[in-house]
Design a protein around this ligand. Structure first.
Ligand code: HEM
Length: 620
């Protein structure tokens, strides 16, 4: 019986020790964190609350589900701050240096490429895993980046255009069906299926066909994105999302094995999956004289290859999908710009929109003539950038106040050049909240202060050597999709009809209560994977041109529990999660260890468990 080993008194001691050590550790960390930020530029700071209270003042004025990357601009505005400031949000997260200044961003991304913050790896844990290109560093990152670079060469990207057209043909059919029925529907579901099918072919050279029928890999990705929404990339998620990761790993692993087995019969290929295998064969070249005799892939390499494929599929569809949604949104709201982009498409492809696809398929270079379409894409990404880079500060590394040259500490800080903040700054962009693609046209004739090529405040794909490897692919893809759809359909946001989609099984709350605007837009960003349009806004789509009718797939994910959690303010969720996770688990292991030593009379038994718990504590 357990009572023979652990007496009530000893158990009392054990619980007491855990509680005391938790409180002591909490107070010690509180002191360290608060002292670190004290006196640095930022909102009003308190020893107990840090900047949490100041943040709360700002957050209360924002939509409750707004994406965290949108907050920096409002903090700056509320407290009349300069274009960099520190935020002490512990225990909700690490202290942050919010950077809304191009010179400081340059210091950490271009002049010095500081390592990614561990939060990037955590964010990607549902989609990435060890060795992925986005969060890895040093030699490992270099190895993978140079292995994958050829997959993004200009000539290879052009060779991918026909497959983009094929997938977009299917998308047009989906839209046609909606238009014929005059449906209200969630646009982002449709654009996500389109972009994931494209990226499936680019990365795996494999047809996922999720636009036509459910696909288990795509379903697993969609469900993982949902977990992300509640900031669930904390440790316990690993306990519950493993079946999804298993599905993803098995599916992609099978693709890798098949490609490896059939490699001899294939010519040189620049599909990302083949580039990974080429990197592997290069590695084993030193150990085997005849590569055709290499029968299998080293499990560790295979694991990293799977993680990279997952990361590419995630990074390559999620961001592009929101960009397309937002392009429809802003063009729908700005008829004169819609007319201008349509005219450009008429000028380049002739007035029959149904021939655009075949012309692009035959001559991808026609896309280079779409200057205004490119300007629209860049303006969409300025207004609604889906992602930012986050770096980690270093001991002895200082950035500098651009006016005074004063050194600013970075050690222990999350360094966050906030894309939304830079893109919405009136210092860099006249009328920053106005959608005006003309700013990006060559020569900046209409808006000389904000020509894209000269404006270092346009950071949608980040800067420096860790910039987005897929940026040209994303731009080409967006051009193809806009050129093939804009003249055939009209797009209208339908937020005022949200209640009609209540309980549609999508997992979105169809929430129209409270504040529902940011920067004057109802399609504000929420965090769902990367930052996405709220409610993946849905659109009433009057039908303009005929195309082949097809069917629509609604992904039916029932996430009632998540919806319930969405009722909480984001900061509350953070605080609860981080308290449990950061403070609780971080301290639990050593406390448990001491407690076990107190509770278990047999020191040998206690020692075994302690050793284990201390190891876990060291890994925290
Ligand atoms: C509109 C579309 C896109 C946007 C706005 C975007 C944005 C970004 C940003 C901001 C980063 C830097 C992230 C960081 O430092 O943590 C990044 C990196 C990256 N992106 Fe994209 N991206 C887009 C499309 C794509 C596509 C289509 C792919 C793949 C085919 C892709 C793959 C990657 C990868 C692998 C990295 C990491 C690169 C490295 O560290 O070497 N992205 N992207």
């Amino acid at each position: 019986m357990w009572q023979d080993y652990i007496s009530t008194t000893r158990l009392g001691w054990a619980v007491g020790i855990i509680l005391i050590s938790l409180v002591a550790r909490f107070l010690q960390r509180l002191h360290v964190q608060r002292s670190k930020v004290k006196g640095l530029p930022g909102p009003p700071h308190s020893y107990i609350w840090g900047h949490l209270r100041a943040m709360d003042v700002v957050l209360r004025k924002q939509p409750k589900r707004a994406a965290p990357q949108t907050f920096a601009s409002f903090v700056q505005q509320e407290y009349n701050l300069g274009d960099y400031f520190y935020l002490d949000v512990w225990p909700a997260g690490d202290p942050i240096l919010a950077i809304l200044n191009t010179d400081i961003m340059h210091e950490i991304t271009v002049a010095n490429s500081l390592p990614k913050h561990p939060a990037v790896d955590k964010f990607l844990q549902n989609f990435g895993g060890p060795g992925n290109l986005v969060s890895s560093e040093g030699a490992l990152w270099k190895k993978w980046r140079s292995a994958f670079n050829p997959g993004f060469s200009a000539s290879h990207l052009m060779s991918l255009v026909p497959l983009m057209v094929d997938e977009c043909d299917i998308f047009c059919n989906v839209l046609t069906k909606h238009a014929k029925n005059n449906d209200l529907f969630r646009m982002e579901r449709a654009t996500t299926s389109l972009t994931v099918d494209i990226i499936g072919r680019v990365v795996l050279d494999h047809e996922l066909c999720s636009q036509k029928a459910p696909n288990e890999l795509v379903d697993a990705f969609m469900k993982q994105v949902k977990w992300q929404e509640i900031g669930a990339q904390f440790n316990p998620i690993e306990l519950i999302d493993w079946p999804l990761r298993y599905v993803m790993d098995r599916y992609i692993g099978k693709c890798i094995d098949e490609r490896f087995a059939t490699r001899e019969g294939r010519g040189k290929s620049k599909a990302i999956i083949d580039l990974a295998l080429e990197a592997y064969l290069k590695e084993v070249k030193g150990t085997s004289s005849d590569l055709s005799k290499v029968k299998g892939i080293d499990p560790e390499f295979r694991r990293a290859a799977v993680n990279n494929m997952k990361t590419f599929i995630f990074a390559g569809h999620d961001t592009t999908s929101s960009t397309i949604c937002y392009a429809y949104y802003y063009l729908g709201k700005n008829p004169e710009m819609l007319a201008r982009i349509r005219k450009e498409h008429d000028d380049v492809f002739g007035t029959d929109p149904s021939t655009a696809g075949s012309q692009i398929r035959e001559s991808g270079h026609l896309l280079n003539k779409l200057d205004y379409t490119l300007a629209v894409t860049r303006e969409v990404l300025r207004m609604q950038p889906p992602a930012s880079t986050i770096r980690v500060g270093q001991k002895g590394f200082f950035v500098h106040d651009p006016e005074t040259g004063e050194p600013l500490p970075t050690e222990g800080f999350m360094l966050w050049p906030v894309d939304v903040g830079l893109h919405r700054s009136s210092k860099y962009w006249p009328d920053p909240h106005v959608f005006r693609p003309e700013r990006h046209l060559h020569g900046g004739k209409d808006d000389s202060s904000a020509n894209f090529t000269s404006n270092s405040a346009w950071v949608a794909f980040s800067k420096g050597i860790r910039n987005c490897i897929g940026q040209e692919l994303a731009i080409i893809e967006t051009k193809v999709i806009l050129a093939m759809t804009l003249r055939s359909f009209d797009f209208h946001p339908a937020f005022d009809e949200l209640d009609k989609l209540q309980g549609d099984g999508s997992g979105y709350p169809s929430d129209s209560t409270g504040i529902q605007q940011q920067f004057g837009d109802e399609a504000y960003q929420i965090q769902l994977g990367t930052a996405k349009p709220r409610e993946v806004f849905w659109i009433n789509l009057p039908f303009l041109a005929m195309a082949t009718p097809l069917f629509i797939i609604f992904l039916d994910l029932n996430f009632k529990q998540i919806s319930k959690m969405q009722q909480l303010r984001r900061v509350e969720v953070w605080v609860v999660v981080k308290l449990i996770n950061g403070v609780g688990l971080g301290m639990l292991y050593p406390s448990l260890s001491f407690a076990l030593q107190a509770a278990v009379p047999n020191k040998n038994q206690a020692y075994g468990v302690s050793l284990f718990t201390f190891f876990r504590a060291a890994g925290q």
